[in-house]
Design a protein around this ligand. Structure first.
Ligand SMILES: [Ca+2]
Length: 616
């Protein structure tokens, strides 16, 4: 030491100055720092095998487990120093390679700095863990079935009893111009979960049957799959309707969901005439679909109960949802709960808590049950202390079913309902709720179920799938009440095919119908244009409506009296042509047909099918 005193002192001063100047870098990028450290160390080892007398050779000895940013290095100084001391890896990183040979790790200032750096690293690491998992927002996505634009109290229905949804709307952001991508179930669900029009994933025409051979292709990326790499735990409870398929390969557990409990398709896709829909033993209205197995309740890919018990179903779902949320919180995992409800699809049903308690008959009771579920979910989030870190989004898969008069929903002032590309078929209620993050209010911005995937991905810091997406991040609308990035909405019909393509396009406030067609699903509304008897009709020039002045699509503006709108039609035509040019139709999954042996049966060897498939 005696003859190297000056060198060591100089090196020490340099190291300290150098250390302090690089401190901020290091705190910001601990992982980068670590990899650089390894490099520096390797280099130092090869270059400084024989340190000069009085110097210090540094050997890497992590004190515990896998080396981390704050694992330490052991420094053993050779004779004549005879000193051993432990310094932080952070400090080691700061010593320039060329000074390693002269670096004395055992001086008081060096050791003090080492302790400070080590503490900072521990704090930083703790913060990193908290910010990368615990503070990631949770997502609860509630998807009603066949709930119309006019069905909620907060959307103007005079006799619906929906206190929880109305509260959600008044404390959250209520959308007036929010669209599903389809007037029927399966395509709408595909678009919601993939952020892509159903055409791309091939979810057409119409909807899946219990024995459908096809399903949502497994190479499509769902919201659940987008979130998994970010550490999310994911669950779906309720109606899947994106296929069961051979070996049940299309069920949600193969599409990014860790847990599934529910009926994998519509609950009328099986005979229901002997089933109880309301207590004490009021049979379901109608007969539902015959010659199929009765609807099963599935847990992941196993049948738990067949037929499902409608009286207990909502409670079973709520218990599952509550359990899932509380377990996720206990395990400190961010969560995504997708709750596609069976309400308000026919046949209506409700358990003890809601039956006979509403003003709208069976439909009102079922709606009250849905509303109670929403109330339960929000209350659970509050009780468990995650309300302020959770985005709750509520919307519907398509417009109201209008084939059973008062047993169906209501599109409010919108034209027609389910099955049609009029506004009533695809414009739906939507509410975004996140106390402290989303300011209460109403937005008239254009938005869609297609926009949920990019929005959720953005909030979770997750990567977008590398495919053509049709959605836009809604953050500006949600958090700033700002403008939408979406300029257009494209309307594909229920029985879509490549020959006809789009039926209608909305651009800004204008909507052009290139084709119109009625639907049996809108058969009992007074408007004849909605009925199945209204044939497929091409329009050239297209019918043109100003949806702001005329949301009911009553007054066609594509007439000689409005020459000024010719330019609007041309612009819509351009947008339509551009969109259709970029559209690649996926293989039609629903056109693959059905195979009765694929219908879920809890007693697979029984006869005669489908009636013998009962259990639970
Ligand atoms: Ca539906």
């Amino acid at each position: 030491m005696h003859n190297h005193g000056f060198t060591i002192a100089a090196s020490k001063s340099f190291s300290l100055i150098h250390s302090i100047s690089r401190l901020s870098d290091l705190i910001k990028f601990p992982r980068i720092a670590f990899s650089s450290l390894r490099q520096a160390h390797a280099q130092a080892s090869s270059e400084a095998i024989s340190p000069p007398e009085g110097g210090c050779s540094l050997a890497e000895v992590p004190l515990r487990g896998t080396p981390t940013a704050h694992s330490r290095f052991f420094c053993e100084a050779p004779k004549p120093i005879k000193r051993r001391c432990v310094i932080s890896q952070a400090l080691w990183r700061l010593v320039p390679v060329e000074h390693l040979d002269y670096f004395d790790p055992c001086t008081r200032p060096t050791l003090a700095l080492s302790v400070v750096l080590d503490t900072l690293y521990r704090l930083k690491k703790h913060t990193d863990i908290s910010s990368s998992t615990a503070s990631l927002p949770n997502f609860v996505l509630i998807f009603a079935d066949d709930l119309g634009f006019g069905d909620l109290g907060s959307y103007g229905h005079p006799s619906s009893i929906t206190p929880n949804l109305d509260k959600l709307a008044s404390n959250g952001l209520r959308f007036t111009d929010f669209y599903s991508s389809s007037p029927v179930c399966s395509p709408s669900r595909a678009a919601l979960l993939t952020g892509r029009y159903q055409t791309r994933s091939g979810i057409y025409p119409s909807v899946f049957s219990p024995g459908s051979k096809g399903g949502l292709p497994l190479n499509e990326t769902t919201i659940a799959e987008v979130l998994k790499p970010r550490g999310y735990v994911t669950a779906i409870v309720g109606k899947w309707h994106l296929g069961v398929g051979p070996d049940r390969m299309y069920l949600p557990t193969n599409q990014g969901f860790d847990h599934y409990l529910g009926v994998p398709y519509s609950h009328d896709q099986g005979p229901c005439q002997n089933l109880t829909c309301f207590p004490p033993d009021i049979k379901c209205f109608g007969v539902c679909h015959q010659d199929l197995v009765t609807v099963p309740l599935m847990a992941n890919d196993t049948i738990k109960q067949q037929p499902v018990s409608f009286l207990d179903l909502e409670k079973t779902y709520n218990d599952f949802a509550t359990q899932f949320i509380s377990t996720s919180i206990r395990r400190k995992q961010p969560f995504f709960l997708y709750f596609p409800s069976h309400h308000m699809h026919q046949p209506q049903f409700a358990g003890q808590g809601a039956a006979g308690k509403a003003l709208r008959g069976p439909f009102g009771d079922a709606l009250l049950e849905l509303d109670s579920t929403v109330g339960n979910l929000v209350q659970t989030l509050e009780d468990l202390g995650v309300s302020k870190n959770t985005l709750v989004f509520f919307t519907s898969d398509n417009g109201p079913s209008l084939l059973r008069m008062t047993r169906g929903g209501n599109a409010g002032l919108l034209k027609c309902g389910k099955g049609t590309t009029f506004e009533g078929g695809m414009r739906v209620p939507a509410i975004a709720y996140w106390p402290g993050a989303i300011r209460p209010g109403v937005t008239h911005e254009l938005a869609s179920t297609l926009d949920l995937l990019p929005t959720i991905a953005g909030l979770a810091g997750a990567k977008l799938p590398r495919v053509q997406l049709d959605g836009f991040d809604m953050s500006d609308i949600l958090f700033r009440h700002g403008p939408s990035k979406r300029e257009a909405m494209f309307y594909y019909p229920m029985f879509l095919n490549e020959t006809y393509g789009l039926f209608a396009v909305r651009l800004g406030k204008y909507k052009a119908h290139y084709y119109t067609q009625g639907s049996s699903l809108s058969d009992t509304t007074p408007d004849q244009a909605c009925h199945r008897t209204a044939p497929l009709e091409p329009h050239d020039p297209p019918l043109l409506f100003d949806l702001e002045a005329d949301p009911s699509e009553n007054y066609n503006l594509a007439t000689p009296e409005h020459p000024e709108l010719e330019a609007v039609l041309q612009q819509i035509q351009r947008v339509k042509a551009e969109f259709e040019e970029g559209m690649v139709f996926g293989e039609a999954q629903i056109a693959k047909g059905t195979d009765p042996t694929l219908e879920p049966c809890c007693t697979p060897q029984c006869t005669p099918k489908p009636a013998c498939c009962t259990c639970g």
